[in-house]
Design a protein around this ligand. Structure first.
Ligand code: ATP
Ligand code: MG
Length: 452
């Protein structure tokens, strides 16, 4: 993409409505625009990152054997009356009447609808296990929408639902989700710690939340610092392998890590003092096992091996896809702007032309642009007739992890400059070497996507 042809409405001033850095930077970098309280339009740069995050979620769900569907945002109240949640859900549910006076609602989550799909089409244990998921807009009429897209009223969420014949099988689905979520967050450059949580109105005994550590997080968290040494890394996981998934879950959840809702001071005091940490975190996902709560209320049964009808065991599992943008920025920025992790960056590499209109500089930039594009990468070429300082400021603000700077002086010596946004370290090299380096850096990220 050439900047002169792009739509990147960056703001010079700090927007006064933003209280936290991710909200401020998303507005300043022209990623989102508020449409009304807690509801946002996604401008090109923001939308691009949102789709990168969404792609990673899809790829990792596919890897775990989960199947994508898409359910409507507007649902009939009738199903929610069957489960009893139409009355229980309270003010957060946006309720609508259609022209015939029928009660409708904007989906805050979709347990009822997916259970209805299941009961209409699945009748035998032979069709299990089954996990269906979607990535879809949700609406919750939050009492205090804030922090931009972090606590919006309309937000984008991955919600998945497992159907299993027994508690044991459903707990495998639970473990499998935990493992696949760990890999998902790591691919986005985030460390999300699974923490024992409170099940809240959804009900159920087993639930973990995934928290990204950040000073601006809404939850207080208590953990053994040993959990932050754990990495999912390149492990090859066979998601069908019950023992393997249980092993990873055990490894990541055996250390003390809880939110304020389930914090147990006595247990926490059992952690060696030098490893006890109290911090704040952003919830970027949650998994639940809730047994037969919905399947019993809504008659979702299958024939078991003895031919007897039994209610299926279920769980639901969510990732805050839009909130993740905020969480990633909270965890990756400096005074000059965002620093995207390679896995989610909107463009792979920036190209800055220090002297637009100079024949040699223009030619070198075009050649870099073509070479990066031919290698399957997306460069962003700042081809504006603007002073160098302005170009650097914009590039730092929007946070591309790599930048190639091209100027007539360097070209005389046959070199351009490759700069890491994260470290600020620049190196001079030939344009060919710069392209080769950038391509090499992205190989694991592109490969991770294809493997899904
Ligand atoms: P919270 O406690 O933050 O209100 P929740 O526990 O009600 O969230 P879940 O039902 O677990 O949310 O939804 C799954 C994920 O969706 C959450 O982990 C979070 O990342 C995201 N999410 C929930 N509410 C919002 C919101 N209002 N804006 C943006 N993302 C949200
Ligand atoms: Mg939650």
């Amino acid at each position: 993409m050439r900047l002169t042809r792009y739509f990147l409405p960056v703001l010079k001033e700090n927007p006064s409505e933003a209280q936290i850095v991710s909200h401020r930077l998303m507005l300043r970098a022209g990623m989102i625009k508020q449409a009304s309280s807690g509801i946002y339009s996604w401008l090109p740069l923001g939308f691009k990152v949102l789709r990168k995050i969404e792609d990673i979620v899809h790829e990792e769900q596919a890897r775990a054997g989960h199947i994508a569907i898409q359910m409507p945002t507007i649902q009939s109240a009738d199903l929610w009356r069957e489960s009893g949640r139409y009355d229980d859900y309270g003010e957060e549910m946006l309720r609508i009447k259609d022209r015939h006076g029928r009660d409708m609602l904007f989906t805050p989550t979709a347990e009822e609808l997916v259970t209805d799909i299941f009961r209409a089409h699945v009748s035998s244990y032979k069709d299990l296990p089954l996990t269906l998921y979607q990535i879809q807009w949700k609406f919750r009429d939050e009492i205090r929408p804030r922090f931009g897209i972090m606590r919006g009223r309309e937000f984008y969420m991955k919600d998945g639902y497992n159907f299993d014949i027994s508690k044991e099988a459903a707990l495998h689905a639970y473990n499998r989700h935990l493992v696949s979520y760990l890999r998902t967050y790591e691919r986005m450059g985030l460390q999300a710690i699974p923490m024992r949580a409170d099940s809240g109105p959804i009900g159920g005994d087993n639930t973990h939340e995934f928290l990204v550590l950040a000073e601006t997080g809404e939850s207080e968290v208590f953990y053994d610092s040993a959990v932050t040494d754990l990495r999912f890394g390149d492990r090859e996981i066979d998601y069908a392998d019950v023992a393997q998934c249980a092993g990873v879950l055990e490894e990541f959840t055996s250390r003390y890590a809880r939110t304020d809702e389930t914090h147990d001071e006595a247990l926490f005091n059992g952690v060696p003092e030098e490893r006890r940490r109290v911090a704040r975190g952003i919830e970027v996902g949650q998994i639940f096992y809730f047994g037969t709560k919905y399947s019993e209320a809504m008659g979702a049964t299958v024939q078991n091996a003895d031919g007897k009808p039994v209610p299926v065991h279920m769980g639901s599992h969510g990732i805050g896809v839009s909130r993740l943008l905020g969480a990633i920025i909270e965890a990756n920025h400096d005074d000059n702007g965002i620093i995207w992790p390679e896995g989610v960056t909107p463009f792979h590499c920036g190209i800055i032309n220090l002297k637009q209109g100079d024949e040699a500089a223009d030619g070198a930039c075009e050649a870099l642009y073509s070479a990066l594009t031919a290698a399957g990468l997306e460069p962003l070429y700042d081809d504006r007739k603007e002073r160098a300082g302005g170009k650097f400021a914009t590039m730092d603000l929007i946070g591309l992890p790599w930048r190639i700077t091209v100027g007539p002086r360097g070209l005389k010596n046959g070199v351009v400059e490759l700069t890491s946004r994260r470290t600020g370290i620049s190196e001079e090299m030939t344009p060919e070497a710069a392209v080769a380096r950038v391509v090499e850096i992205y190989v694991p990220h592109l490969a991770a996507g294809r493997a899904g």
